[in-house]
Design a protein around this ligand. Structure first.
Ligand code: SF4
Ligand code: SF4
Length: 472
């Protein structure tokens, strides 16, 4: 039944194939020759398929795990350098008609405060985000055809792009809304969105149906086939993710890679990003009632293996994770981070009163954006506010070709330096400005192409003189 090119969810994510894969992985988890062969394939930057990667995930030999970690770090550096792209989520509305048992926005939760931002409130949120220094947002909304129809989402996107406060601008809006129709995806595409993100939650159909007992999201096939519809609607860049903790992680991991393989096989473009959220505490939600939680070491291994299996993808870690966990997984291939996130509706402009909550989950990293930027610089990463690719039309297969040939780094690196310079000029604390300026000087020296180096240096001087928005 497994058919990578099928457009039917149960065929490109075949339960039978996943179970066979897990049995194969168990049978080979101590097979050193095979593990070395798989690691060698990964070293050639060819990526790994779900079977190969599942063998590595099952392997618990410490020396091999360290090899996986070292390889993940090297691959991330080869593809994306030391830049880490920053973004923030923006919650528009927590009205939702679905019954997801792990999310506080589920319809039957009567004690959570429901809120939907007006356009004036969206503008206030955007100004607050711009005043921190953010340039890239991921908008989030529950599924509710009456309260949050596509027209509402489109209006919010227009508002977000229209706000130019001081030197601020949101230059890329990624969208995380429920699975929808080809027609609606076309409208999102026409509104100029960046990536369309939809978490699968779980690839196990039986669990999926139990975890989504009511509402349109109950339909496993409709949800799982959403990315194919999004691409049919013209969206070039899509972002995958599972919510680790709902099902057995090895099952999810195999399903996630099968989904990536399917997108590549039928559209020629794999996932632009992969997110790795873990189940968190929230109003009405106790993570201890889900018994598939994963520990930090397993989480780290999953991150490293996603990086070596899908080397071209952007890997995202949110503020669901603490500073300590983020520090642990950053060197394992993470390429995007959220910073200073609020997971409540309207939480940037006005922090919530103690007795009111509209949050989707508890944030574990509560630092300000400046603190996160400062921390990244001290660890030798370049915090990047770059949004250049989508604005230069480098999306879909154009992006993938550059990325797979490891040429995207020629854009990422100078763009990271220029957008960091903007951040330092407009928003940074004195200490962050000082260490950030030194980092920029050092990193400019590393640009190999003399012409690019000269242009980037000139642009950075122009930014110091008050000009903005340069990009390669
Ligand atoms: S996960 Fe999404 S669809 Fe499910 S209840 Fe929460 S907001 Fe609604
Ligand atoms: S150049 Fe493209 S891939 Fe690199 S950080 Fe900018 S938008 Fe992302």
């Amino acid at each position: 039944m497994y058919d990578i090119k099928s457009f039917k969810a149960e065929e490109f994510i075949s339960d039978e194939e996943i179970l066979d894969t897990l049995a194969y992985a168990d049978a080979n988890k101590d097979n050193v020759d095979l593990i070395d062969e798989i690691l060698n394939k990964a070293r050639e930057r060819k990526g790994l398929n779900h079977r190969e990667a599942s063998v590595l995930l099952a392997c618990d030999m410490e020396d091999k795990i360290q090899e996986m970690y070292a390889l993940a770090k090297q691959i991330k550096e080869d593809y994306y350098g030391n830049r880490i792209v920053m973004f923030a989520p923006l919650y528009l509305s927590n009205y939702c008609v679905n019954g997801c048992v792990y999310c506080p926005y589920h319809l039957k939760n009567k004690h959570i405060a429901r809120k939907k931002l007006t356009q004036e409130e969206v503008a206030k949120e955007v100004i607050a985000l711009q005043d921190m220094g953010h340039k890239r947002l991921a908008i989030e909304a529950g599924e509710d055809p009456v309260n949050n129809p596509i027209e509402y989402i489109l209006e919010c996107i227009d508002t977000i792009y229209s706000i130019k406060h001081k030197n601020g601008a949101i230059r890329r809006v990624n969208v995380n809304i429920a699975a929808t129709t080809v027609e609606n995806y076309r409208k999102l595409h026409d509104a100029g969105i960046g990536t369309y993100i939809l978490f699968q939650e779980t690839y196990n159909k039986k669990s999926y149906e139990e975890l989504h007992p009511t509402g349109p999201k109950h339909d496993y096939a409709y949800h799982t086939e959403a990315m194919d519809r999004a691409m049919e609607g013209g969206i070039d860049d899509v972002g995958l993710g599972v919510l680790f903790g709902l099902e057995l992680y090895r099952y999810e991991f195999a399903g996630l890679l099968m989904h990536a393989e399917h997108l590549e096989a039928v559209h020629g473009v794999g996932p632009h990003t992969i997110s790795v959220p873990r189940l968190k505490r929230a109003d009405d939600i106790d993570p201890d009632t889900f018994d598939n939680g994963i520990d930090d070491d397993t989480f780290a291994k999953i991150c490293a293996l996603i990086r070596i299996s899908v080397p071209y993808t952007g890997m995202i870690i949110s503020t669901r994770e603490s500073q300590a966990v983020r520090e642990k997984v950053l060197p394992l291939g993470v390429s995007q981070l959220s910073g200073a996130s609020r997971t409540s509706v309207g939480g940037y402009a006005e922090p919530e009163a103690e007795d009111v909550t509209t949050e989707q989950f508890d944030v574990s990293d509560n630092r300000t954006l400046d603190e996160v930027v400062n921390w990244l610089i001290k660890m030798g990463h370049i915090p990047s506010f770059c949004t250049a690719c989508y604005r230069e039309g480098r999306t879909g297969d154009r992006f993938m070709t550059l990325c797979k040939n490891m040429q995207i780094l020629n854009c990422c690196h100078p763009n990271a330096l220029m957008t960091l310079k903007e951040y330092l000029e407009d928003y940074a604390s004195p200490e962050t400005k000082e260490i950030g300026s030194k980092l920029i000087e050092q990193e400019l020296e590393k640009i190999p192409n003399p012409k690019v180096k000269a242009t980037a240096t000139e642009y950075i001087h122009n930014i110091a003189d008050g000009k903005r928005d340069f990009r390669f």
